[in-house]
Design a protein around this ligand. Sequence first.
Ligand code: GRF
Length: 258
Amino acid sequence: MSRKLRIGVLISGSGSNLQAIIDACVDGRIDGEVVFVGSDVPDVHGLERAQKANIPTFVVDYQEMGRDFTNFCECMTPSHVHKDIQDMITKSDCIVPSSITDPLKRFRWLYKRIMIENELLLNVEKFEIDLLVLAGFMRKLTAYFIDRINCGSMLPRIMNIHPALLPSFAGTNGYEDTFDHGCKAGGCTVHFVDYGEDTGPIIGQLTIPILPGDTIDMVKKRGLAQEWMLYPECIQLFAHDRLRVVENDHGRKIVVIS
Ligand code: GRF
């Protein structure tokens, strides 16, 4: 693309991947610029990194907003919401914690999540981004949010980095799960975000060895160093329009790189 890719980044914590992306934009490994950094948690180190780089930041405090919306959502039933929202809620059922088994409670959990995501959308939409990058953002997104970000684009527009070689070890503890299973290799994956948990089309992967005598901290450190290389490379492929999502013979959506 002739102009710079406009990248929005969502974080929840230390933001070392965010830093790798900012650095890659500055030194030309990504033909793009980070136009905002949003967090679901106030006061995290990643926000300081953004401020240091003069990047606008915002916080949508999921915990606090969740508390604010609780009473309202307690009264909601599917009959209160438009059919479109009911569809979105059905599509996103897999992101509700499995500990919530009652269908009405699952509905309310998702409805509340959509209300919070509305606030997130209001912030994100101010920046007219080309790509939304999840860099240690520890919240699952509903179909409601994903569809609104992807709207009008041939290619998905949300990327995530996961600390394991997907499709193995989806979920929040990729390195720990890889290590606990006694795997002799692990790694990281960058993928587009779809409605499932870490199930979207894979863009890139790097592996790390897991050696005798390694501790989980050593594995995490080795893995993170790979993440910092992989994420900028994948974003650059997007910036250069080299990614296509196609359906393979098994009906699975995969990324083809040109
Ligand atoms: C990374 O390991 C990433 O794969 C996972 O969360 C961690 C975030 O680290 N999703 P940081 O905030 O980028 O330092």
